[in-house]
Design a protein around this ligand. Structure first.
Ligand SMILES: Cc1cc2nc3c(=O)[nH]c(=O)nc-3n(C[C@H](O)[C@H](O)[C@H](O)COP(=O)(O)O)c2cc1C
Length: 246
């Protein structure tokens, strides 16, 4: 009793304290970046460049792309949140590989944790954050699988090393150690050397999803913290535009 309820918790607290004292502290409470929206100071509903959320996304994406070094900055990295039948949400980054007037596409493993959650519940949310322009975009909707031919075409366009990496991994499965993955990679690298890169074919479980949005929110940060939040909510064929309080 004494060990379980008194000694162990006290030791835990003490060890945390020691760690905190050893590491130089970062003053998180006082981190306050300045926002500088020199191009378009406010996002005003009466001055929107378009009333179509897909076009507004396109304008914002081009804006951030034009100000970024795309070799180093993954502006197409997006947080994807899913909720399976256990109702416990989970998020991870994926790379947006296309956006069209119907939605947002990415590639992954259908048997991964996210793949299984999307099978159980196709509702999903994406979150883009581009600190360089102080902008965030939230997208919520329902995913559909992309046709297999699109997945094959994209798979074949990827560098050999990426194809080998993806094929070496049963995404989200527990593996004994890194060596386990390295030996799969070696096997496939030898196969490609013997038979050519085309031998590294797309696994059946690898493919694309397309998120079809029903809701967008465009957020533009302001230094006075009165941020702009413009929502586009689908109402049958139309998009209703609303401003939310920040
Ligand atoms: C910047 C970045 C981009 C990523 N892009 C992808 C991607 O396009 N597809 C993918 O399956 N995983 C991608 N990942 C890995 C995922 O975040 C995640 O670890 C993996 O998909 C397994 O997630 P799950 O177990 O929830 O299914 C990326 C990770 C980062 C940090």
């Amino acid at each position: 009793m004494f060990i379980q309820f008194i000694l162990v918790p006290v030791c835990r607290i003490l060890s945390r304290r020691t760690l905190a004292m050893d590491t130089p502290s970062i003053d998180i409470q006082n981190i306050r970046a300045k926002y500088n929206n020199s191009q378009e100071p406010y996002l005003l509903e009466e001055k929107l460049p378009t009333t179509d959320p897909f076009s507004l996304f396109d304008i914002w994406f081009r804006d951030v792309a034009s100000q970024s070094d795309l070799t180093f900055e993954e502006i197409n990295a997006v947080s994807l949140s899913t909720v399976g039948k256990d109702l416990r949400p989970s998020s991870r980054m994926v790379l947006l590989k296309a956006y069209t007037p119907t939605g947002f596409s990415f590639f992954t493993n259908y048997t991964s944790r996210k793949g299984n959650q999307l099978k159980e519940n196709p509702n999903a949310a994406m979150l883009f954050y581009w600190p360089k322009v102080n902008r965030q975009v939230r997208v919520e909707g329902v995913v559909e699988k992309l046709p297999n031919e699109m997945a094959v075409a994209y798979w074949n366009s990827r560098p050999l090393a990426s194809r080998i990496g993806s094929k070496s991994s049963l995404q989200s499965e527990v593996v004994p150690n890194r060596q386990f993955l390295e030996s799969k990679k070696t096997e496939l690298t030898e196969l490609a050397a013997r038979e050519g890169g085309d031998a590294i074919t797309k696994p059946n479980s690898w493919g694309g999803f397309h998120l079809v949005p029903q809701y967008f929110e465009f957020w533009q940060g302001q230094s006075d913290r009165l941020h702009d939040r413009i929502v586009f909510e689908q109402d049958r064929e139309a998009w209703l535009i609303k401003r939310l309080s920040p």
